[in-house]
Design a protein around this ligand. Sequence first.
Ligand code: IPE
Ligand code: IPE
Ligand code: MG
Length: 239
Amino acid sequence: MTVPRHVAIVMDGNGRWAKQRYMPRLAGHAQGVKSLRRCVKACVDRGISVLTVFAFSSENWRRPEAEVSGLISLLASALSREVVQLGKDGVRVCFVGDRQALPERVAAGLDAAERETANNTKLVFNVCFNYGGRWDIAQAAARLAAEGVAITEDSLGSAMSMAHVPDPDLLIRTGGEMRISNFLLWQLAYSELFFSPALWPDFDEAALDEAIAAYGARERRFGKTSAQIQPAAPAKIPV
Ligand code: IPE
Ligand code: IPE
Ligand code: MG
């Protein structure tokens, strides 16, 4: 089976998961961290090279203050708790997003986690936090303009915050909504999209395998015709 090299996930549905259980939304986010830990391990086991997750969007600041600060604390605590195990599993953690708005203590924790796992090679694990696809394009363009570099597809691509990895092959969104919500606008140009009805805390190995199987059945044409990308038929063996 074709396994995608890079899987990106919009981890949605934590709030609904909690609501179904008459629990506070933050309990759903805490369960979401557990689901993410399971997912990282599953990606390593399946030989996926890059996992990119959407943990907090540029627009999530619009949520009630208690939920926003709860999510930031959850990031900080998960980070300090998991970084050693991630290191043992060969996972390199990268934080993608605007760090300037984060509390200094949290930003320092992100830097430390990146440094401590920088030499791991099994899985690149990108955590998009305070990330927005429009922010990413705008910051890349602003950087090129400041440096006086001409804006081309190549220069813009290499100034974007995901320039260290190839574009996602497969985008999964859990929670049933069929939208991008300002995730990787530039990088998803040719990704295969898979929408799972599972709420993120319920998204398990079987659900991941279902998405990978669906990906394996797709024909990626990148603008070409189907005939152009079919493997050449084997030569007939005369009998
Ligand atoms: C996704 O779950 C996590 C974040 C956006 C941080 P939600 O919190 O959006 O869950 P729902 O969509 O309300 O169920
Ligand atoms: C997208 O989920 C952002 C993350 C998963 C971090 P949202 O729940 O914020 O998306 P919308 O608001 O329903 O589009
Ligand atoms: Mg949501």
